[in-house]
Ligand binder design. Structure first.
Ligand code: PLP
Length: 282
């Protein structure tokens, strides 16, 4: 049975529609220009994981783009409706909010539920090979350039998808973006985390990366479990010197980096703990 679902949120009413139905006009600024924001969360056995964190970030992304966003309580009902259609196993739930149709509507709000891509489960289990790719921007540029939408989860992910295709063409599974001045930024769809001498590190938000909900949960739980946590301006050399490196995100959880720019690396046996702390185990 097709487990894909689509729900539309229109003036406070949430409706499940035929997954094959057209929910965006060809004039909608979402598909036309990538002018909108989105969120992706994991559904496990009919329940969406950390929905509040995703809704907070959706509201923040919309505000930073000057987008109208429906009340969060309406989004929460849409999430519940989609999640409860998937009682078994895991699925990916995506929220999309666009600027709507110029002169006609100020937004379009849609949610989808889809099966996990087969490689997600495999990457959780066996880890991933990663290559570093430049984003060509100085690390401090986006903090002072709001038009570059640092920290916003906007729909225009064509560059992020191209980076992943390029990584695969190089024989890797995923990429990590590096700034012009050699600082670690983030993956195209993930936050980078590394461990060194009992402390977990991740880059600071000031460099314009997306605030990751998985990284935030991991660090809160790591603090409680007595592990150190730090926001650190890292370099590729820090990753090579680390005890373990992971790409973390809502649907994949934590995938251990087993090779970086062609050099194999270990995880010091930490991956089960990191996965446990992200709440997404294999
Ligand atoms: N950074 C980017 C650019 C992303 O697209 C994502 C998720 O897709 C993340 C980080 C991780 O965010 P989260 O842990 O909230 O899924």
């Amino acid at each position: 049975m097709d487990s894909r679902r689509v729900a539309v949120l229109d003036r406070g009413t949430v409706t499940l529609v035929d997954p094959a139905a057209a929910v965006f006009s060809a004039f909608d600024l979402g598909p036309a220009r990538g002018d909108g924001v989105f969120e992706t969360m994991l559904v496990r056995r009919g329940v969406a994981l950390k929905p509040e964190a995703h809704l907070d970030r959706l509201a923040r992304s919309a505000a930073l783009m000057g987008l109208f966003s429906p009340p969060l309580a309406d989004w929460a009902r849409l999430i519940d409706l989609l999640a409860t259609t998937h009682a078994d196993g895991e699925a990916a739930l995506k929220l999309m909010l666009t600027r709507g149709i110029e002169g006609v509507s100020d937004h379009t709000a849609v949610g989808t539920l889809s099966p996990l891509a087969p490689d997600v489960l495999e990457q959780r289990r066996r880890g991933i090979a990663v290559v570093t790719l430049t984003l060509g921007l100085p690390a401090d540029l986006r903090a002072t350039s709001p038009w570059l939408l640092g920290g916003v989860k906007y729909l225009s992910y064509a560059v992020n998808m191209a980076a992943q295709r390029h990584a695969r063409a190089l024989g890797a599974d995923d990429a990590v973006f590096i700034s012009l001045d050699g600082r670690l930024l983030e993956g195209p769809t993930s936050t980078i985390v590394w461990a060194r001498d009992g402390t977990l590190h991740t880059p600071p938000l000031e460099i314009g990366i997306l605030p990751g909900t998985t990284q935030a949960l991991l660090f809160t739980r790591a603090d409680a479990a007595g592990l150190g946590t730090a926001m650190s301006l890292g370099t590729v050399a820090d990753l090579h010197a680390a005890d373990g490196v992971w790409l973390v995100s809502s649907v994949r959880g934590a995938a251990a980096v087993t090779s970086l720019d062609g050099l194999r690396r270990g995880d010091a046996g930490l991956t089960p703990t990191i996965q446990e702390l992200t709440g997404v185990t294999t």
